[in-house]
Design a protein around this ligand. Structure first.
Ligand SMILES: O=P(O)(O)OC[C@H]1O[C@@H](O)[C@@H](O)[C@@H](O)[C@@H]1O
Length: 595
């Protein structure tokens, strides 16, 4: 069976225009907003345009010839739209599967993604909001003030965004996108700029009540690494509803399908088994077939993933500013990450609720084996609670493990953030292959952790590795919480920033470019590292944290200074390395802390 070309169904929209013609579409209406190139929706199905089934709609093809698709779904699951936003679209949100069933009696929610085809210079789109509580979000909706709290992201042609159901979003004037999504046309409009629909003379309907039920509050930021599959294919997303790959075709390639694929040519011309498909074309590639493709083209290819759930461990890194929740594979790779603003001024219940929402998302997709949380110290690890973390003043003595276990129904572990990062580096990062790994983070504060044979060494009271409080210069600067002249009072990002502003520098890298101040910093940090080596004799010390982003300014000097402070026989034996996991060490480590 050859590839089947599909013919679009066009949708006129108040914000539509004529720019889809640029991508090869052919229509007369001056306000076409959407070309549905693969749709089996009742209100507008695309049609078969080549091969033996010409004349059938995609909807009929799916019903009559399921063998072409080889998936188990009563209703065709995907929808592909090309969108011309000739004006701003409404600010909106979509339901997930369970809400769509509950409120609309529909088979699918509307998780979707955008590939940016064209965008004006300096364009942004709306992706998320900064309202911390439902009360603030609802008030903004009531007063028509929603726009002020929306997050705008800059975009360029070729960018890709996955938009999970629940994300408040809007496309903006001038943007053209290819939208791949679940087969649903349910949009809850939250705000429509108080404009009139010229066809009715009235404003369009809003769906605020249902929109509130569907929206994430606070906003959950989403990230998923792009994966290179082979020399011409990259995977942009794989989620429970669809996967999307970008194929850059420049030579002859043989491809084959298991279940069906939908392929859209977004740039250039693709030749598939001698059929020429220009930009704008969408093909159905039937299941269990092989095809020869060639030409010079960029194609987006989508299909439905198998039902099998990948085993993961969940790591939560609760910080003073952001909380990051990651699904981590058993090999230590971050597969997905959701982030929200921690808002430590609010009751702790709010943070627990957001963690629960995020883990619910992961539970739909993955087989969760464990949940680990890391937080800034000091912590009471035995009781599973915060003690008095300086960045979380409202949550002192708050229990974490017990309420989280109750809400989630999974076993939960708690660990200090630097200990967890040490574990991650030892298992999967710069310390991999060594027995004794010490990790030091030089960031807003300074922390450390020691891992021996993949076990975190916590000490008698759980505070081993708290090197921020190590005294380096007893007559040094006073610290609000820690010892006078402690490492943190001298060499943390905070200490360097205040020294920078005293000396007229605007940032840490400029301070560290000054020979005199760099020398002080290097000597102080090297003293601490030499003390660590003399105490526990690690194979390797891994350094991470924001200040280490400037390591190229002082790395050689630091190595030399540490070496100078060692016993001659030990000098140069302990390796110093930079983190290999950088920002991910906390969540990866959290995921692998054992109960
Ligand atoms: O509510 P309006 O402004 O017409 O926008 C509706 C459109 O929004 C886009 O972001 C997508 O979700 C489209 O699938 C949807 O048709």
């Amino acid at each position: 069976m050859s590839a089947i070309l599909l013919k679009p169904h066009y949708q006129q929209r108040l914000w539509g225009g004529e720019r889809l013609k640029q991508f090869g579409f052919d229509f007369n209406d001056p306000s076409i907003g959407e070309a549905w190139t693969a749709s089996a929706l009742e209100k507008g199905s695309s049609a078969v345009a080549s091969g033996p089934y010409v004349g059938l709609s995609l909807r009929e093809l799916y019903q009559q010839y399921p063998e072409l698709f080889q998936i188990k779904a009563d209703v065709f699951p995907l929808l592909i739209k090309w969108i011309d936003a000739n004006d701003d679209l409404s600010i909106q949100v979509h339901p997930d599967d369970s809400l769509a069933e509950q409120l609309e009696n529909e088979s699918y929610g509307k998780n979707e993604c955008w590939y940016i085809l064209d965008a004006p210079a300096n364009a942004t789109l709306i992706y998320g909001h900064s309202y911390a509580t439902s009360e603030d979000f609802n008030k903004a909706l009531e007063t028509g003030d929603l726009e002020h709290g929306l997050i705008r992201k800059s975009i360029h042609a070729g960018d890709f965004f996955y938009v999970p159901a629940g994300t408040v979003h809007a496309l903006t004037k001038g943007v053209c996108v290819l939208e791949i999504q679940q087969s649903s046309d349910t949009t809850y409009r939250l705000y429509d700029y108080e404009r009139l629909d010229v066809t009715t003379g009235r404003p369009r309907e809003l769906h605020v009540e249902r929109g509130i039920l569907a929206s994430f509050v606070p906003h959950l930021g989403y990230s998923e690494p792009i994966r290179q599959l082979d020399h011409f294919r990259t995977r942009l997303t794989k989620n429970p509803f669809f996967f999307v790959e970008k194929w850059h075709v420049t030579a002859k390639e043989k491809i084959s399908t298991d279940t069906f694929r939908l392929l859209s040519v977004v740039q250039g011309t693709l030749i598939i088994d001698e059929m020429e498909v220009p930009t704008g074309g969408t093909l159905l590639l039937p299941a269990n077939e092989s095809f020869l493709i060639e030409g010079e083209a960029i194609c987006l290819v989508t299909g439905v993933p198998s039902d099998e759930k990948q085993a993961v461990r969940i790591g939560i890194d609760l910080g003073g500013t952001n909380t990051r929740i990651a699904a981590v594979s058993l090999k230590g790779e971050v597969l997905k990450q959701l982030t929200f603003n921690t808002q430590p001024q609010l009751p702790f219940e709010e943070a627990l609720q957001s963690i629960e929402t995020a883990i619910h998302q992961f539970n739909v997709e993955f087989d969760i084996r464990h949940v680990g949380i890391v937080a800034p110290g000091p912590l009471d690890l035995k009781q599973g609670m915060f003690l008095t973390p300086p960045n979380l003043p409202n949550w002192h003595h708050q229990k974490i493990v017990e309420p989280l276990t109750q809400r989630l129904g999974f076993s939960v572990t708690l660990e200090n953030d630097a200990n967890a990062a040490a574990l991650a580096e030892a298992k999967f990062g710069a310390g991999k292959g060594f027995d004794a790994v010490f990790y030091v983070t030089v960031s807003t504060g300074i922390g450390g952790g020691y891992v021996y044979k993949h076990q975190i060494i916590r000490g008698a009271n759980g505070s081993a590795g708290e090197i921020g409080n190590m005294i380096i210069r007893s007559n040094g600067p006073v610290h609000p919480v820690l010892n006078r002249g402690s490492l943190e009072s001298l060499a943390s990002g905070t200490a360097l920033m205040s020294r920078a502003s005293e000396k007229g520098y605007t940032n840490v890298p400029s301070l560290l470019s000054d020979d005199e101040y760099r020398h002080h910093f290097v000597e102080e940090l090297a003293s601490a590292l030499a003390n660590i080596i003399h105490t526990v004799d690690p194979d390797v010390i891994v350094l991470g944290g924001g200040v280490m982003m400037s390591a190229s300014l002082f790395w050689n000097e630091l190595q030399q200074a540490v070496s100078n402070k060692m016993y001659p026989h030990a000098s140069g034996k302990t390796r110093l390395c930079l983190t290999q996991l950088s920002g991910d060490a906390g969540v990866i480590g959290a995921a692998f802390v054992e109960a």
